[in-house]
Design a protein around this ligand. Structure first.
Ligand SMILES: [Ca+2]
Length: 401
């Protein structure tokens, strides 16, 4: 084993030894950096990987037998039911019933994200410098039940990876846009501005639609390897009405794409990629982890999101020709009135219309068909509001046989 010469750890408590690195074999890239005082080594051993922490100047060499890969076969007792000969057992398959939203067609909500990442609540390795603790912009999506922007125990998409690791939203937005265009599962995409500091708030507004009544969102924890707070598929519709208000506590998730253990860990790609997991006070079960608090049963919430219904609307009349809008959603012929504030108005931007759907109706009667579009950019600062997002027109059912 190589001797690793490091400094800045002398006499320091172990958690003060900053910026651990993780390597998957015993060939260590030698670093001259005096900042990296802990080196993590995963040494493959037959049926076991040993995890070693080296903090040479601390004089600490600590082995942990971890990740025992031996799979112990287990024998499961099978329950036996003795049935009378004349009665045949019937296996009842669980049936998933899709909840139907019967609420008014649209509802508008205000969203407030509150960062609760204080040094008092999360004292371990709390980032003070380069960069200090803060939150990325929030990315929110309203969608139908068959879509997930991210999901626990599933692999993160490339967009989620880039957003979780670097706060880059471009690929994620393209993925969301593709889901809207190709499978009509996404109704709107919105964002809220970043919060500079671990404590603070950001706000936004969004609309849901009876066929797209789910909200999902992500906020990256900055700095972090690939950690984020998020909501996956919160249904805002409850039978025949929209929920008035919802408050959710948020806890950190690991995107499974970077193996860093601490907020300020250098990049270290997870190969092969892991699934998205929730980070708790005991998982990952390792003292180096920034959220490892063995005395806590559960972590305190790191943030919360509060949703309040602003209004709900019945569907608009479709008997008139739709108003014409230009590409930015601005009604043609109208000028933008100067805002009374000094802020820059941001106009709504919508996608192009989807193709018209199938004509639905009884044979012999006239039917209707729909087309939809979704919001690219929510208006802000008295910008032009968004135009209609769904149209319907009369048609003759073409599936009469
Ligand atoms: Ca990770």
């Amino acid at each position: 084993m190589k001797t690793i010469s490091q400094s800045k750890c002398t006499g320091q408590p172990r958690h003060r030894c900053s910026t651990p690195q993780l390597f998957h074999n015993s060939t260590l890239p030698f670093s001259n950096s005096t900042e990296n005082s802990f080196i993590w080594i995963l040494t493959p051993v037959k049926n076991m990987e040993k995890l070693m922490i080296v903090c040479s100047s601390c004089g600490v060499v600590h082995w942990l037998a971890g990740l025992i890969l031996t799979l112990v076969g287990s024998i499961q007792a099978m329950p036996v039911t003795i049935m009378p000969a004349t009665i045949m057992p019937v296996t009842v398959e669980p049936v998933t019933v899709e909840p139907v939203c019967l609420a008014d067609t649209t509802a508008k909500y205000s969203l407030t994200f509150t960062g609760m990442w204080s040094q008092a609540a999360f004292p371990k390795q709390y980032p003070i410098h380069r960069p200090p603790a803060q939150w990325s912009p929030l990315i929110g999506v309203t969608h139908s039940s068959d879509y997930h922007i991210w999901q626990q125990n599933e692999f993160a998409s490339n967009g989620v990876r880039e957003f979780s690791e670097k706060g880059e939203a471009w690929t994620l937005m393209k993925e969301v846009e593709a889901a809207g265009e190709h499978i009509q599962s996404v109704y709107g995409l919105f964002s809220a501005p970043a919060v500079v500091g671990g404590m603070g708030q950001m706000t936004s507004e969004f609309e849901v639609f009876s066929r797209h009544s789910f909200l999902s969102l992500m906020v990256r924890i900055v700095p972090s390897p690939d950690w984020f707070l998020g909501v996956d598929s919160l249904n805002l519709c409850e039978g025949d009405h929209w929920k008035e208000s919802v408050t959710l506590d948020l806890y950190p998730y690991d995107a499974g794409t970077d193996s860093g253990f601490t907020f300020s860990s250098p990049n270290f790609e997870t190969i092969p990629q892991d699934k998205v997991t929730q980070i708790t006070s005991s998982s990952p079960s390792h003292p180096a982890n920034s959220f490892y608090y063995p005395r806590l049963k559960t972590l305190p919430p790191m943030g919360k999101v509060t949703l309040k219904k602003i209004k709900s609307n019945q569907i608009f009349s479709m008997l008139m020709e739709p108003t014409q809008f230009n590409q930015t959603g601005q009604e043609i012929g109208n000028d933008i009135e100067d805002s009374l504030t000094n802020s820059t108005p941001l106009d709504c931007e919508v996608s192009v219309w989807s193709p018209w759907g199938l004509c639905q109706g009884k044979c012999g009667d006239s039917g209707v068909r729909h087309r939809t579009r979704y919001i690219h950019l929510q208006p802000a600062n008295n910008g032009v509001v968004c135009p209609l997002l769904e149209e319907e027109k009369k048609c003759i059912p073409d599936n009469c046989l």
